[in-house]
Design a binder for this molecule. Structure first.
Ligand SMILES: Nc1ncnc2c1ncn2[C@@H]1O[C@H](COP(=O)(O)OP(=O)(O)OP(=O)(O)O)[C@@H](O)[C@H]1O
Length: 275
């Protein structure tokens, strides 16, 4: 479990993260959604003790990161896939991490196998594709067999096969009862992966809710109509009591109300033109 309480980070005049309070729970994938510059990476760096909060507090299973004994066995993270010495092989990179954290060498073989890098384990990291680099970063995160995993924009720049692999991996880690916290600026990506969603914008918390609830509150359903008989279509709409806006494209969209917070359907749709 990761608990944030009033977490704030200022860089001079700039407030990158403002008073964030939320909890990331085990057994599900929690998405961390926000546009570029929203403060996601800064928040994740503070969780790992790489940046010091200006105010507030963050705890990993009740303890500050810098007080964890063998932190890799509590939390594994992929923040920056390029954080590997280019002249070092995947195997040696992981072995260094393992040896400096009291993790047995057999675990290196296990995580290389888990991420599908066994065949290229002796190759230098500088020859790795972006996808292989991501896999190596994830192998490092898994090395200590931690109960908590955190991934910062893990699908960025990956091909469809790599994206599918990461989605499946995150869900399987959560299904094992682990805490999985993953950031993205893409709602479409989060909707496919996360069960719970924390949304931030300009460093502020905007939502902390289940994915199903977030979609129900923020989505609309609509029917798009195109007709070569524009005038006839307008007449019909007027007769139905749904006066459309004026436009000459011949294309109309019926937005049929939206779901209320309780999930019930709130009527009140309208026609509008699309170009
Ligand atoms: N070391 C720093 N010094 C000054 N400003 C910073 C620093 N790190 C981040 N910022 C600023 O804090 C804000 C939040 O940045 P952050 O990288 O956390 O956002 P993000 O949501 O991760 O964005 P992205 O998706 O682009 O990585 C941005 O305006 C950024 O310019």
């Amino acid at each position: 479990m990761i608990e944030l309480e009033g977490l704030t980070k200022r860089y001079g005049e700039k407030v990158a993260v403002r008073d964030l309070t939320f909890t990331v729970r085990p057994g599900i994938v929690t998405g961390f959604l926000g546009p570029n510059g929203a403060g996601k990476s800064t928040t994740m760096r503070m969780i790992l003790g790489l940046d010091h909060p200006t105010a507030g507090d963050v705890r990993i299973d009740g303890t500050h990161y810098d007080r964890l004994q063998d932190p890799l066995t509590y939390i594994g993270a992929l923040l920056e896939a390029k954080g590997v010495h280019p002249g070092r092989s995947a195997y040696n990179h992981l072995l260094c991490l393992a040896q400096s954290n009291g993790i047995p060498e057999r675990r290196v073989h296990e995580v290389l196998d888990a991420v599908g890098l066994t065949a290229v384990a002796r190759k230098k990291a500088k020859g790795f594709s972006l996808g292989m680099g991501q896999r190596l970063g994830i192998a490092a995160a898994l090395l200590g067999d931690p109960r908590i995993l955190m991934f910062d924009e893990p699908v960025n720049g990956l091909d469809p096969e790599g994206i599918h692999w990461i989605r499946t991996l995150m869900k399987s880690l959560a299904a094992q009862g682990r805490t999985v916290f993953v950031s993205s600026h893409l709602m479409s990506e989060m909707a496919l992966t996360a069960e719970h969603l924390v949304v931030i914008g300009q460093g502020r918390l905007l939502a902390d809710t289940s994915m199903a609830d977030f979609i129900a509150r923020n989505s609309r359903s609509y029917v798009r109509v195109r007709s070569p008989q524009r005038e006839l279509l307008l007449d019909v709409l007027h007769r139905e009591g749904s006066p459309p806006c004026r436009a000459g494209t011949g294309r109309w969209r019926w937005t049929a109300g939206r779901r209320s917070g309780s999930g019930s359907w709130r009527p009140g749709g309208r026609w509008c033109c699309t170009s």
